[in-house]
Ligand binder design. Structure first.
Ligand code: GLN
Length: 288
């Protein structure tokens, strides 16, 4: 069988369990061939099907995410290694990076950047791709995830430091100092949420769930942010799209101003917080 035919058959088979069946088939085929997807489409459609392809498709029919099968995912144009120890970086999370970019446009770049619960390292490494001279530090509770983040940092930002720490414990932030930019995609899913099988069965529960209403980590983390921010510093925290009011209230309760940013689908996806009344470095109203 030729690659083109095998792709059609695989896409057909995967359409029962995946909304992106054709794309999944192409990515898995490129992985089996050891080439890029572009190369596959331009040059390999008439090649013989590589041996391992069927086994990869088989794994995907069992809901295993493509990123775990290939071991890579892309975030903000950066290729990252991923394993089941880390959440697969999502396009929605790029909302935080875009919001940070806007906030610092025309201003002095952030000198120190902190990523809380970094997982694969996605947020920190994307931020350092924008501000390569900044000092970058990431905190991660899971040793297995830290190892993934460290490998990604070695490749994309060797001076970044990945530190093991847990913000639910006292003294985790001792000696960290203050930051111009704090980023975090904490766990925020409600314990009983109805998640896709590929998420619930394969992605790390510790990166997803945060108590009954999904707000436990915000309640612990957000009040600790003022002590981590410089006078001009901002924090950008990812939220579930129904959580904007709750997280904004937590931020205000901690003495910060807060504003909400939407993702490309128009859903509320991030809350920007600052200690000063003038959020976004003095640009725009503090609250909306
Ligand atoms: N966005 C993820 C999801 O919908 C959740 C990520 C998180 O909890 N930080 O599955």
């Amino acid at each position: 069988m030729k690659v083109a035919e095998a792709l059609r058959a695989a896409a057909d088979r995967l359409s029962a369990t995946s909304d992106t069946a054709r794309l999944d088939a192409e990515v898995l085929m490129a992985h089996a061939l050891g080439c890029s997807r572009t190369d596959l489409l331009l040059r390999h459609m008439a090649a013989a099907v590589p041996d391992g392809f069927d086994a990869l498709v088989e794994r995907r029919t069992g809901h295993e995410p493509v990123a775990y099968i290939t071991g890579t995912a892309e975030f903000y144009g950066i290729e990252l290694a991923v394993s089941p120890a880390v959440l697969i970086p999502r396009g929605d999370t790029e909302t935080l990076i875009e919001a940070a970019r806007e906030a610092f446009a025309g201003e002095a770049p952030p000198e120190r950047i902190l990523d809380l619960g970094t997982g694969s390292g996605a947020l920190l490494l994307a931020a350092l791709s924008l501000w390569p001279d900044a000092e970058g530090i990431a905190i991660e509770r899971s040793p297995e995830a830290s190892a993934v983040a460290k490998a990604n940092a070695r490749r994309h930002a060797p001076s970044a430091r990945i530190l093991e720490g847990d913000w639910t414990q006292t003294d985790w932030a001792q000696g960290l100092g203050r930051f111009d930019l704090v980023l975090s995609n904490p766990p925020y899913v409600e314990e009983h949420a109805n998640l896709d099988a590929s998420v619930r069965q394969y992605e790390p529960a510790s990166a997803l769930f945060s108590g009954l209403d999904g707000l436990d980590d915000y309640r612990i983390l957000v009040p600790q942010l003022p002590a981590l921010l410089t006078a001009r510093g901002i924090a950008l925290v990812e939220i579930g799209w129904t959580q904007a009011d709750a997280v904004t209230d937590i931020a205000r309760g901690a003495g910060m101003s807060a504003r909400v940013h939407c993702d490309l689908a128009g859903r509320k996806r991030a809350v920007e917080m600052a200690v000063s009344a003038n959020i976004s470095l003095g640009k725009g109203p503090a609250d909306h």
